[in-house]
Write a protein that binds this ligand. Structure first.
Ligand SMILES: [Zn+2]
Length: 95
């Protein structure tokens, strides 16, 4: 009856759990049921579709920033950008 539990999990996933699943960056760390449940929930939930689109946009922006060479930047500018990103990663408020 494990399949029934999985089916119930997929069908009853809530936004909070879907959000937690989306926040796990490595899909290798997720089960197939979690991936299916998040996708099914997103199919039904407009807010989670928007949240996923925002995460995808953020990933693209961060990916493009990683590809940017900062060698030509002024030292002060590089430190300011690094400080902002590090404080965001730690969940701190901006100065
Ligand atoms: Zn939702």
């Amino acid at each position: 009856m494990k399949w029934l539990k999985t089916l119930i999990y997929i069908a009853t996933l809530r936004c909070e759990e879907a959000d937690r699943i989306r926040s796990i960056a490595r899909t290798e760390d997720l089960t197939r049921a979690q991936i299916a449940a998040e996708r099914f929930h997103r199919f039904l939930c407009n807010n989670c579709r928007k949240a996923k689109a925002q995460l995808d946009r953020l990933d693209r922006v961060l990916g493009s920033i990683r590809g940017v060479s900062t060698s030509g930047w002024q030292e002060r500018r590089r430190h300011r950008v690094e400080r902002v990103f590090c404080s965001c990663c730690r969940g701190e408020e901006k100065e």
